[in-house]
Design a protein around this ligand. Structure first.
Ligand code: UDP
Ligand code: MG
Length: 311
């Protein structure tokens, strides 16, 4: 990178009911990157509070503030996609609106980029995260890394810097419906480096990731990058069939050579319930993948724009 050339840094910020955080985030990013040319891209994921009007007022005062407002809530990952597609900077930083990703470390991300890294991702040191969230996220990364072909780092969130080339790859070449940028960014390769940071508490408001959203996000993460769950389903099926064969030999033996055949109720019920349960789980896993194929085959857009100031 030629240091004399003025570079533009795009900051992509998905916002869903973040009215109390926008101005503070804007001010802090501005003061940290005061020597750089900055472009803000706020994606309003159909907030029901005054998030959009605050962003609009901001954009009236500062032409560097761009926004896209969705027609309904399409989710964090779709908001990131919209941001990446509209960003015009030489590099793009994606971060949350709630100030858990402290703007003060943006400088260290840019230093790494200027050293020549294409992707600078961040690793959260878990100081201010509540214990339940920490446990669930550690568990998710352990299971996901075991099941998936793409390795994720514990504490990696959607807070990262991407060189323009990587943004081009993500926008142009990745057309999957179920987006999971953490996995995709790890999957694309190139020169990557991590920067550790202490995450802050949410500035105002509540988390927008309910347990249900988190579980569905985790399932997307695992099923988007691996068919291992299906393979394990087959292995489990073979194992159960093997036990069934051994058990049928025993049953045949008992019914032919002894007179104790009535006393088998408990084992019959247990095996029916067990095999029924396992079948349901395996069908569920297969259903999860088929559902993904179904959604992908429709080729629907990831989001619809209600309002924007980007030409
Ligand atoms: N977000 C979004 N759409 C959603 C949910 C969340 O754009 O449907 C945004 C939210 O405004 C925030 C970021 O995604 O900027 C991360 O959400 P949050 O801070 O609630 O998640 P947590 O930090 O609790 O995991
Ligand atoms: Mg947050």
């Amino acid at each position: 990178m030629d240091p004399k050339k003025t570079v533009t840094v795009s900051i992509v910020i998905p916002c869903y009911n973040e009215e109390g955080n926008i101005i503070e985030l804007y001010k802090r990013v501005k003061s940290v990157l005061n020597e750089k040319q900055v472009e803000f891209i706020f994606i309003d994921d159909n907030s029901s509070d005054s998030t959009l009007s605050i962003i609009e007022t901001l954009s009236d005062k500062d032409t560097a503030v761009k926004y896209i407002s969705f027609s309904r809530n399409f989710g964090h990952q779709s908001a990131l996609k919209a941001g990446l597609e509209s960003a015009s900077g030489d590099c793009v930083i994606t971060m949350d609106a709630d100030l858990q990703h402290p703007p003060e470390i943006l400088k260290s991300l840019l230093v790494k980029w200027e050293e020549g890294f294409d992707i600078v991702y961040t690793i959260r040191k878990d100081d201010f995260i509540n214990p339940l969230k920490r446990l669930s996220s550690t568990l998710f990364y352990k299971i996901s890394n075991y099941l998936s072909d793409v390795q994720l780092k514990n504490g990696a969130a959607d807070f990262r810097l991407l060189d323009k080339n990587i943004v081009d790859v993500l926008v142009r070449d990745i057309s999957e419906y179920h987006l999971f940028y953490r996995g995709l960014v790890s999957w694309v390769g190139f020169n990557q480096v991590a920067v550790a940071y202490n995450s802050d508490k949410r500035f105002t408001g509540k988390t927008k990731y309910s347990l249900r959203k988190m579980l569905s996000f985790a399932a997307t993460g695992i099923t988007s990058f691996s068919v291992k769950p299906l393979r394990y389903a087959v292995i489990l099926g073979i194992f159960i069939s093997f036990i069934t064969v051994v058990y049928s030999i025993y049953i045949l033996y008992v019914s032919i050579f002894t007179d104790k055949t009535i006393a088998g109720w408990t084992s019959v019920i247990l095996s029916v319930l067990f095999i029924g349960g396992v079948n349901m789980i395996l069908l569920g896993i297969i259903g999860e993948y088929i559902g993904k194929i179904f959604m992908q085959s429709k080729n629907r857009p990831h989001y619809l724009i209600k309002k924007t100031n980007i030409k």
